[in-house]
Design a protein around this ligand. Structure first.
Ligand SMILES: NC(=O)c1ccc[n+]([C@@H]2O[C@H](COP(=O)([O-])OP(=O)(O)OC[C@H]3O[C@@H](n4cnc5c(N)ncnc54)[C@H](O)[C@@H]3O)[C@@H](O)[C@H]2O)c1
Length: 433
C-alpha cells in the first residue's frame, strides 16, 4: 500500500500545507547512495585508532561543509567536563548534515566501578536518542558502544552499515560491539557471504523474501523455507535467487532435524523470520490463538535453534538472527500473545548469545521491526496504519529491505563482535522508546 502522505509532502504545495498545519514532514529516505563526505570529530582524550577504519568506508573526508556522515568519537569521555566537548563538537555542524545523513556517536560501556564514567557514558544514550528525535530530514543518529576500546576494527562492519544507505530506517539505536577476536574480515566487502549457506524461515514473501534476496545479493547460497501451502511461491523465489526451497512448517517437532538434513554442509546463517499474528484482547482470546502464535513465533525458534546447535549444524563463525518486534518491547493492545512471543525472542537472544559464541562460535542477535510496509501492515485499519507510519522520528513506515539490510549486517562475517544485541528497525518509533 503506497504511502500517499509521503508522496504529497514531497511536493511544494504539500510541503507548504503540512508546514502550515504543523503536520509531520517526512523526507523520502535515500536508500541508494549518500552524497557527501565524512566528518570525524572527537570529544575527550581518545586512544581509538579510528581513521583507518573510516577511510575504508569509502566516504572521503568532507570538504564541502555539508557532510553526509559525522562520526563523533566520545570513547574518551569520562566526566561532565569532557561531556561538554560533545556539545562543542556537534553544535556547530548538526544543522549542516546533509539530508538522509548519518550521525554516529562512539562511546564505551558504562563502567560499574566508576560512577562518573558510567554517568557520562550513559548520558551519551540520552543525548543520541534526543538528537535522533529532533534532527529531521531523514537523518539518523545512533550510538555504538565499544567494549574493547583499543580495537576500532571490531566495529568496522557496524560503522560501514550505520554510515551507509543500508541503515536508512535505523535510528536512535545503541549497539554494543565486543571482542575483536571474533571478527572475520571478508576477502570482498561487496560479497561478504560468498561461499556461505543461509536459511531464512518464512521467506516466500514479505520481510523474509527481502532478507533472502539481500543475503543472496551478498553472495550467500540461500534456502527459502516456508509452509507447504506456500511452496510454489518459495520455489519461484529460490529459483530467482539461485537457491533452493524447503517446504516445511517450522512448528513440526522434527523441523530442526529436517533443516539439518537439507543442508549437509551445515548452515552459516540462520534467520528466524517466520511469524504470525492472531490478534484479540486477552479477555476474548481462545487458547488456540494464544498457542499458535507462541508456537510459530517462539517455541519453534527455541526448538529448531537447540536442535541445530546440538547437531553441530550451525558452522563455527555462524550467525543466528531472530525476529522480534517493537510490540515485544513496548506491548500492544490486542497482542498479548504476539507481544509475549516477541519479548520471548529478546530473552532467548540475550541468554543464548554468550553461550552460543563460547561453545559454538556462533553469534545470536535479533532485529525488532517497527512499522514495515508489508501485506501484514496493509491489512491494518487505515487510522491505525497512519498512526503506525507517522509515530516515529522519520515519520514514515520502513520497507522490507530495511529489515533485510540490518539482518545482513548482523549476518556479516565481520560482525562477530556484535552479539546478544536487539536492534530496532523502526525509524525510532515512539512505542517503547
Ligand atoms: N510487517 C511488520 O511491520 C512487522 C513488524 C514487526 C515484526 N514483524 C515480524 O517480521 C516477520 C516477517 O513479517 P512479514 O510482515 O513479512 O509477515 P508475512 O505474513 O508477510 O510473512 C510471513 C511468512 O512466514 C511464513 N510462515 C508463517 N508460519 C510459518 C510456519 N509455521 N512455518 C514456516 N513459515 C511460516 C508465512 O507463510 C509467510 O510467508 C514476522 O516474524 C513478523 O512478526 C513484522
Amino acid at each position: 500500500m503506497a504511502d500517499r502522505y509521503l508522496s504529497f509532502t514531497g511536493t511544494a504545495p504539500g510541503r507548504f500545507l503540512t508546514r502550515r498545519l504543523g503536520l509531520p514532514q517526512p523526507a523520502a529516505l535515500e536508500r541508494r547512495a549518500l552524497s557527501g563526505g565524512l566528518l570525524h570529530l572527537t570529544a575527550g582524550k581518545t586512544d581509538l585508532d579510528l581513521a583507518p577504519v573510516l577511510a575504508r568506508t569509502g566516504l572521503g573526508a568532507d570538504d564541502t561543509g555539508r557532510p553526509a556522515a559525522v562520526v563523533l568519537d566520545a570513547t574518551g569521555v569520562r566526566d561532565v567536563d569532557a561531556l561538554a566537548e560533545v556539545h562543542a563538537a556537534l553544535h556547530p555542524v548538526v544543522r549542516s548534515v546533509a539530508t538522509s545523513g548519518r550521525v554516529v556517536v562512539l562511546g564505551t560501556r558504562p563502567d560499574p566501578a566508576d560512577h562518573h564514567q558510567a554517568a557520562v557514558q550513559q548520558a551519551l544514550e540520552g543525548f543520541t536518542r534526543s538528537l535522533g528525535k529532533e534532527i529531521g530530514r531523514g537523518r539518523t543518529v545512533n550510538l555504538v558502544r565499544l567494549t574493547d576500546a583499543a580495537r576500532a576494527d571490531a566495529a568496522e562492519s557496524t560503522l560501514r552499515f550505520l554510515l551507509s544507505p543500508a541503515s536508512a530506517y535505523v535510528s536512535g539505536q545503541v549497539v554494543e560491539v565486543g571482542d575483536a577476536d571474533r571478527i572475520a574480515v571478508p576477502d570482498d566487502w561487496e560479497l561478504p557471504l560468498a561461499g556461505r549457506t543461509a536459511l531464512v524461515t518464512g521467506a516466500a514473501r514479505g520481510i523474509g523474501a527481502a532478507v533472502a534476496e539481500t543475503l543472496a545479493g551478498q553472495g550467500a547460497q540461500v534456502v527459502v523455507l516456508d509452509v507447504p501451502q506456500a511452496e510454489d511461491e518459495a520455489r519461484r523465489a529460490a529459483e530467482r535467487l539461485g537457491g533452493t526451497a524447503l517446504a516445511l512448517d517450522i512448528t513440526a517437532a522434527d523441523a530442526g532435524e529436517r533443516i539439518a538434513a537439507a543442508v549437509p554442509g551445515g548452515l552459516d546463517v540462520l534467520i528466524h523470520n517466520a511469524g504470525i499474528t492472531r490478534d484479540r484482547r486477552l479477555a476474548n482470546m481462545p487458547a488456540d490463538r494464544w498457542s499458535s502464535v507462541l508456537d510459530v513465533n517462539l517455541a519453534s525458534v527455541l526448538r529448531t535453534t537447540d536442535a541445530l546447535l546440538a547437531a553441530g549444524a550451525v558452522n563455527r563463525g555462524g550467525r543466528i538472527v531472530a525476529t522480534a518486534s517493537i510490540a515485544g518491547l513496548a506491548g500492544n493492545a490486542g497482542q498479548t500473545n504476539y507481544g509475549a512471543s516477541k519479548a520471548g525472542i529478546v530473552g532467548l537472544v540475550r541468554s543464548l548469545a554468550p553461550r552460543a559464541v563460547a561453545e559454538h562460535g556462533v553469534t545470536v542477535n535479533a532485529v525488532a521491526p517497527g512499522f514495515i510496509e508489508t501485506r501484514m501492515t496493509a491489512a491494518v485499519p487505515l487510522f491505525i496504519r497512519e498512526a503506525g507510519r507517522r509515530m516515529n522520528s522519520l515519520a514514515q513506515g520502513g520497507l522490507p529491505v530495511d529489515v533485510a539490510e540490518t539482518t545482513a549486517w548482523l549476518a556479516h562475517p565481520a560482525s562477530g563482535a556484535v552479539n546478544g544485541q536487539v536492534v530496532r528497525v523502526c525509524g525510532q518509533s515512539l512505542l517503547g522508546a
